[in-house]
Each structure stands twice: as structure tokens, then as C-alpha cells.
Design a protein around this ligand. Structure first.
Ligand SMILES: *Cc1c(COP(=O)(O)O)cnc(C)c1O
Length: 218
């Protein structure tokens, strides 16, 4: 078995019921094909251009997720096929996703990205902005968007305590959002937290989806 196949197999066993999204950014088509040949079908990219190029060169039954910042003018390129957008961080973006999804006769699954890390450069709603956004209620008007949960990234730190605290914060936000706004929406069930360096922690703090790149390919 190839190294990539072995990594996937090991991680899938570790994860149990948690879904593995393989992050293929920066990898070659041959490497991604190797993961595909190992039986994996769910991949993610952080840039629209890369996503489109890879989709062109790889088998059609791959489910592509977008995990990076998305500009409204690029939504139209991925709307025909994208399986889930993890990085929704404004009403404006949601408006555009709904519009493009409707044009394609689709409903697009989305996650709201929450900024919980210490680093300032990352995108996403702050916890306060998220709750204000939900309270305002404009997101309820969309027919071609399904809000399925939250996505977040923890700080880049060695401190397990810090990472745990951040994951617990987003988990609490998820619970609050679920109770107040999505109690009759069974699709609101995903918490996309955990990457190569911290997925073991995320798995113990409510993760339902992990986004893993280097631990699969290295
Ligand atoms: C790159 C990336 C990942 C995966 O990172 P690894 O450390 O390679 O596992 C996960 N989520 C997002 C948003 C990313 O940009």
C-alpha cells in the first residue's frame, strides 16, 4: 500500500464517525490521484482557481469542498458542482451563493466560519458577529443555501490547553446557535474543526469533520 493510502487508512480508523476531508492544496495531481485510488472521494481546496484546475484533471465523482476565503465574484465558477463551502463569513457572500445556486438549480451546503484563533489575519465572523448575524435573521430568506454548521481554525500553537479552549468556544457557539436558531433544522449538525496538527484534540471536542492535508500527504 502507498504511503498516502496508509495515512488515509490510519486517520480514518482514528476518526471513527468523524468525516475526513482531505485537503489537497499544494499537492500534485498524481498525489491526489493516489488518495483517490486509495478509495477517498472528499477533497478540499482553499482557492477557487486551484479547485477548478484540479477538478478538470481528476475523476468526476470527487466531492469538492471549498475551505478558503471566497470572493463573491468567484462564486459562479464553483456553484455548479461544489459540495460544501466552509468559509462563509458575510451576508453578501451568502446572497451571491444563493443566487448562483438557484441559477444552477441546486441547494449549496454552507458552513459559517468563526474566527476563534489569536492570529489576526484569519477570516471569519467573531463570536459576537456570528450571534448578531444569526439574530438579525436575514440568512433565513435563502432557498438555495443550506446552513449546515460552523467551521473554525484554532491558533497555531503548541499549547493543547489553548487549542482545547478555542475548540470548546466554537462548540459552545454551535450549541447556542443550534438551540436558538436551528432546533428544527436537522441539517445544522456539522462542526468543521481540526487539521493535521490538532485533529486529535478536535475529535475530543465536538468535531464532525476534519480538514487534513499534510498528515495525509507527508
Ligand atoms: C490548509 C488548510 C487545512 C489543512 O492543513 P494541514 O495542516 O495541511 O492539515 C485545513 N483547513 C484550512 C482552512 C486550510 O487552509
Amino acid at each position: 500500500m502507498s504511503r498516502i493510502a496508509e495515512n488515509i487508512k490510519r486517520i480514518v480508523v482514528e476518526l471513527g464517525k468523524i468525516q475526513l476531508i482531505v485537503v489537497s492544496k499544494y499537492r500534485s495531481i498524481a498525489e491526489i490521484q493516489e488518495a483517490y485510488d486509495a478509495g477517498h472521494r472528499v477533497f478540499a481546496e482553499n482557492r477557487v482557481q486551484a479547485l477548478l484546475e484540479r477538478k478538470e484533471s481528476l475523476p468526476a465523482d470527487i466531492q469538492w469542498h471549498l475551505i478558503g476565503h471566497l470572493q463573491t465574484n468567484k462564486v459562479k465558477f464553483i456553484a455548479p458542482f461544489v459540495r460544501m463551502i466552509h468559509s462563509v463569513d458575510s451576508l453578501k457572500l451568502l446572497v451571491e451563493i444563493d443566487k448562483q445556486a438557484e441559477k444552477n438549480n441546486r441547494v449549496i451546503d454552507c458552513l459559517l466560519q468563526v474566527h476563534i484563533a489569536q492570529e489576526e489575519t484569519k477570516f471569519g465572523f467573531s463570536p459576537e458577529e456570528l450571534m448578531a448575524f444569526l439574530k438579525e435573521g436575514n440568512w433565513q430568506q435563502f432557498k438555495n443555501v443550506r446552513i449546515c454548521g460552523l467551521m473554525a481554525m484554532a491558533s497555531l500553537t503548541e499549547s493543547t490547553g489553548q487549542i482545547t479552549q478555542e475548540f470548546e468556544l466554537v462548540r459552545a457557539l454551535f450549541a447556542e446557535a443550534k438551540q436558538s436558531y436551528f432546533s428544527s433544522a436537522p441539517e445544522f449538525k456539522e462542526l468543521s474543526i481540526g487539521m493535521s496538527s490538532d485533529y486529535a484534540i478536535a475529535a475530543q471536542h465536538g468535531s464532525t469533520m476534519v480538514r487534513i492535508g499534510s498528515a495525509v500527504f507527508e
